[in-house]
Design a protein around this ligand. Sequence first.
Ligand code: SOE
Length: 379
Amino acid sequence: MAKKPFRIGMIGCGFMGRAHSNAYCKVANFFDLEYEPILQAACARNEASVKAFAENWGYASIETDWRKLLERDDIDAVDICVPNNLHKEMAIAAAEAGKIILCEKPLAMNTAEGEEMCAAVDKAGVANMVWYNYRRVPAVTLAKQLIDEGRLGRVFHYRANFLQDWTISADLPQGGAALWRLDVAAAGSGVTGDLLAHCIDTAIWLNGPITSVTAMTETFIKERKHQLTGEVQAVGIDDAAALLCRFANGSLGLFESTRYARGHKALYTLEINGENASMQWDLEDLHRLQYFDHADDSIIRGWRNVHVSDGDQPYMGNWWVPGLQIGYEHSFVHAVADFLKGLAAGVPAGPTFRDSLETQKVCDAILKSAQEGVWVDVG
Ligand code: SOE
């Protein structure tokens, strides 16, 4: 049967533009979908870069003005892969133009912006998703399946860390290409929106809503040169954040995130402890789920190291043969597959803008709590 075209206009050609383009290229080869992604246009301000990007990935055309992209009637969906301060304006305009929207995380600079974006997609009735990709690492999806099957019983604790070390040098500038994550005007926050947001999205998905938080943040390097102006400016982002929180199900949460953990490049770990069972996962060993089941015979009870690579485990039936693992980029392929399956069924996959607004609210509560030194209700 002929596939329905899903014509994509990609805005931005950085790291995430590459990750998403790769996913669009691969998905139809591995998943049987009603829709087929078509790389219709790539858009970025710098003509030479966007041309090279389009040639490399096979985009049929380029634009250097995102508003022109939105005017085109040969584009079904826009993928927003630009710094956070541009998400709101682009997403609202895309919704008004009737485009489907796939937006990079975090949803917005803050909750107020996120609410405007949700109102715009609701009003326009356009399908939408935010790229919180770690939900779709098969081992993490398996954790969700085991929780939904009720294997953990009552949950007591949820713990997560996201540790990196790439901003330790005081000579690293802030702002501009690649380093916009250090510039509060472009990013909105530091590790809270960039790294903790991943942990919070997964946590809410696995363990339900977070109701209150108490947090501390620190900015270790107080001034950095701005890459674009050359001026030394105060650093406005949080370099590190740690928090305690309460979940609506009565469990307690403990999270830490930093870019100053020397030796750790992208160590995202999570652990959940229930009455009957516990689970651990680690991004640096992403195909394994550690599982402890108290119901096991006591003389052989212990942590099981589950290699998530078999055909009956999430997504793995679409890849190679049992025992052969996949990696980081496949989480994006799975996101596209789920989104397109959902689109065909009329229920696009999460996290939607509305789902991601909950993560945004927790991020705002973390920053508020750290600033005021008090517990903050997530609201
Ligand atoms: C930052 O270094 C970063 O690239 C984040 O922006 C991503 O969201 C995260 O997945 C990996 O780290």
